[in-house]
Design a binder for this molecule. Structure first.
Ligand code: BGC
Length: 818
């Protein structure tokens, strides 16, 4: 069977730098080890290592390396096979029990088990297995998985450690002189009970080479240089925000998300945003600050000299935070303004790095005047290596308030006023930090800022071919390719030309030269069916059941049996089986933890190469929603709690993909999609300010820096209206304000089975979706087409808007499909 010629090359490329995605939380110098020897390996992720979460991001790679395998590949003798065998038995029993719980829950909620259980987290079971084992060192791999459809919970065996985990980790830490706790997780777990552990590494979930990368780190062939992109703390330390209601979620914390909250109330996180150690040490010495006019704004540059003061080669991330002066707007203690990663520095070696950022990025949003503003005052710049470890180095002095962008309010009223820190909170924040020393002042020329004034309500060009289409043809083109039976689309398998693709655009105009654009999921690589054959009619047919095990294990047994039989029969008649071996890349959070956009671009480049190979035009990734709460089940797909990090990493990945002709990214999910509970119909209630400064900002940055070819709206509502139906969000903000030039599509809206009947909010309507300038209803259905035609007669949409939308689709087809 011919494998993807790039498979090994891609795995090697990713592995070579993947330690940059891992974060060393604690280190006593006993790692790395000098040479492979006997090692005692424990924990849920030792053998059952997780390469990435479940759902759209679950990549069907041909193989991936577990920790057990990785250590063996590196020459270690793993002495705990009996422990791992015993754990497997415990886990299997727990899994069966968990399936029963899901089935019962589905029954009670009048839904299918597959919907109830999609992405559900099985809490780690409690058990007693002897820890007696030989070894020069011990490693405990704690893993957690989650995925779309369900959220995580602050419960034992999920966000909290189980009793067994606590007991075993602490015992091993005592028993072995060299002990490493490895976190094979997609998001934070509350490490309070094991803080005394000497060595802790967030390995994260690194796709194909996960186990090999750990072995490289353990042997010192690679040095962790990642930094946390989300605050890790005790569960009870986080903002006690609204989360998990099936109908409405109030984002009362406003702009105080993640470290912006911790820092502003003087709360010390266990492991702050931006934090990460190394096997070596660094000295970061401030250089200078400059602020020069550039592109209608001001480009700020802060330089620093980084010296490797330890004994091993390594990389450091220099971070600049800004404390924005409070005037009309309250402001968080500090926000990340920019960062720069050094090259690999040998012991004793130094490098001058420059952190550059446009000062406009620090603008706050004044909802009263609908303006992005930089208020007059001193902007204190802080240089350091985490959100909790920085020193004031300079102050940008702005002598008058400037308006950087004049827009119009668009997003509605959440029905409450945002929380903000009290005077006591601010005093506590100051007390924690201490007084700033005197710093140099750099004057900023206020006249350098030109107010951006977006042009709304423009008349986009209509394609001549589109003018000639009938209403029915326009309605069909507004939906993705679909057959009469929409069931296959539930798990994002509605593509026709490429097995396992999530969807594609309509082919009704193919004899007029308009071929479909094929879309495949991400973000942890390309999600396609691994094997296919070409049938007698020349059509590619996927082999295998076609669904991930996380889904089939929840389907009725008879159905899985039937599907398996069908698959077996198909395989029998299949001749010349072909492979679509896709590379599982690190999860979004891990990529961002590298703080190295070049690595993100490499990941995009790898995906782009495979898209070209397999005929995919649009990758349904990257996903850049904000880590608002550590409970969100999809956080692992997303980058960070910080919008700058989110935007820059989405842009870097997009640049990597779009280097490839005919390939584009689909940034998602636009916007405020930060919870999975009742994900199809949850209403995010968010202030205009928080939307613009936190939840939309990453999209703005990504569009500005990389112009992705497509964007996907989210399932949720925003202040009472579906995002997919919001003209203001799509046309006014995305297109007019951010300057977006690509196409817009819905998330995979499949009504019927997937709707939570208890929800008070209705599902999106295709007619209204098109009226909002949302070009494609995906994956689309006959009912959607009908609704669009009905909308033309009852006024919910117009022919003019359909023509505008389909003209955009056609332009993109001509650009991507050759
Ligand atoms: C997910 C999207 C995904 C789509 C297609 C949806 O359920 O929310 O992220 O791209 O399915 O599979």
């Amino acid at each position: 069977m011919p494998h993807n010629v790039n498979e090994q090359k891609h795995a090697d490329l990713l592995r070579a730098q993947a330690a940059e995605c891992t974060v060393l939380l604690a280190s006593d110098g006993s790692f790395p080890l000098a040479a492979p020897g006997q090692i005692a390996l424990f924990g849920s992720g030792a053998r059952n290592t997780i390469k990435g979460g479940t759902g759209s991001g679950e990549v069907n790679s041909r193989y991936f390396v577990t920790v057990e395998q990785g250590l063996k590949n590196a020459g270690f003798t793993v002495t705990t096979t009996a422990w791992m065998d015993a754990y497997d038995r415990v886990r299997e029993a727990a899994w069966q029990e968990f399936m029963n719980v899901i089935r019962a829950r589905a029954k009670a909620n009048h839904t299918m088990a597959v919907i109830e259980g999609m992405g559900a987290v099985m809490p780690e079971p409690e058990y007693q297995i002897s820890l007696d084992a030989k070894g020069e060192a011990a490693i405990y791999v704690l893993s957690r998985i989650s995925g779309e459809g369900n959220d995580r919970a602050a419960e034992s065996g999920d966000i909290l450690l189980s009793e067994t985990e606590k007991r075993d980790i602490l015992a091993l830490n005592e028993r072995f002189e060299k002990f490493l706790l490895v976190l094979n997780v997609g998001g934070p777990v509350d490490l309070t009970p094991v803080l005394g552990v000497k060595n802790i590494l967030v390995l994260s979930q690194l796709g194909v080479s996960t186990g090999d990368v750990l072995a490289d780190i353990v042997l010192g062939k690679a040095n962790p240089s990642g930094k946390l992109t989300t605050t890790w703390s005790a569960w009870t330390d986080y903002f006690d925000g609204d989360f998990g209601d099936i109908n409405d979620t109030r984002y009362q914390e406003g702009i105080y998300v993640g470290y912006r909250y911790f820092d502003s109330v003087g709360k010390k996180a266990l492991f702050p945003f931006g934090f990460g150690k190394s096997f070596t040490t660094f000295d970061v010495a401030y250089g200078k600050t400059s602020a020069v006019p550039a592109d209608g704004g001001v480009c700020v540059e802060v330089t620093a000299k980084v010296t490797n003061t330890g004994a091993k080669a390594g990389k450091e991330v220099v971070q600049v935070y800004a404390s924005v002066p409070e005037g009309k707007l309250d402001q968080p203690f500090a926000m990340l303004a920019g960062f720069a990663k050094t090259k690999e520095l040998a012991p004793g070696e130094s490098e001058e790095v420059a952190v550059r950022f446009p000062m406009e990025l620090l603008s706050g949003y004044d909802a009263e005047t609908a303006q992005y503003i930089l208020e007059a005052g001193d902007y204190i710049l802080r240089l350091g290596t985490s959100s909790a470890d920085h020193t004031a180095v300079s102050a940008l002095s702005l002598d008058r308030t400037v308006v950087t962008r004049q827009v119009r309010n668009a997003l509605g009223n959440p029905g409450f006023t945002d929380w903000k820190p009290s005077e006591e909170d601010k005093a506590a924040a100051k007390a924690l930090r201490g007084e700033d020393g005197a710093v140099e002042t750099v004057a900023v020329d206020a006249s350098a800022f030109k107010t951006q004034t977006p042009v709304y309500d423009t008349e986009p060009e209509i394609d001549p071919l589109v003018r000639s289409l009938t209403d029915a043809e326009l309605a069909n083109m507004s939906c993705g390719f679909h057959t009469a039976n929409p069931i296959g689309s539930i798990i994002g398998g509605a593509g026709d030309s490429v097995p396992g693709a999530a969807g594609e655009t309509s082919n009704i105009l193919k004899d007029r030269g308009v071929l479909p654009m094929v879309m495949a999921d991400g973000p942890a690589g390309l999600r396609l069916t691994r094997e296919y054959f070409v049938n007698a009619k020349g059509k590619k047919e996927g082999l295998g059941v076609g669904m991930p095990e996380s889904i089939t294990s929840l389907m009725p047994g008879f159905l899985v049996k039937f599907m398996t039989m069908q698959a077996a029969a198909k395989r029998k008649k299949a001749t010349d089986v072909q492979e679509q071996d896709c590379t599982a890349i690190p999860i979004g959070t891990a990529i961002a933890q590298s703080f190295n956009p070049a690595y993100a671009e490499l990941c995009g480049d790898i995906v782009g190469t495979e898209m070209e190979l397999f005929g995919i035009h649009l990758w349904l990734a990257p996903a850049l929603n904000i880590h608002r709460s550590i409970r969100c089940g999809r956080n692992f797909e997303y980058f960070s709690e910080d919008p700058l990090v989110s935007g820059l990493f989405a842009a870097a990945i997009t640049k990597g993909v779009q280097k490839h002709p005919g390939c584009g990214t689909t940034i998602k999910h636009y916007a405020a999609n930060n919870q999975e509970t009742n994900r199809y119909n949850n209403n995010s209630r968010v202030s205009e300010r928080a939307m613009r400064e936190i939840y939309l900002k990453g999209f703005d940055i990504c569009v500005h820096d990389s112009q992705p070819h497509a964007l996907m709206t989210s399932y949720n509502l925003l202040n009472g209206e579906h995002t997919s139906e919001r003209y203001d969000l799509i046309e006014d903000i995305l297109r007019a304000e951010f300057g977006y030039e690509g196409i817009v599509m819905t998330d995979w809206v499949v009504n019927g089975g997937t709707m939570n009947k208890a929800s008070i909010h209705r599902a999106p309507q295709a007619a209204r979706v098109t009226a909002a300038g949302n070009d494609l209803m995906m994956p689309g259905s006959a009912a959607d087409e009908k609704d669009i035609l009905k909308g033309l007669s009852d006024g919910r949409t117009t022919r003019k808007q359909l023509e505008i939308n389909i003209s955009r689709v056609l332009r993109m087809v001509r650009k991507l499909v050759k």
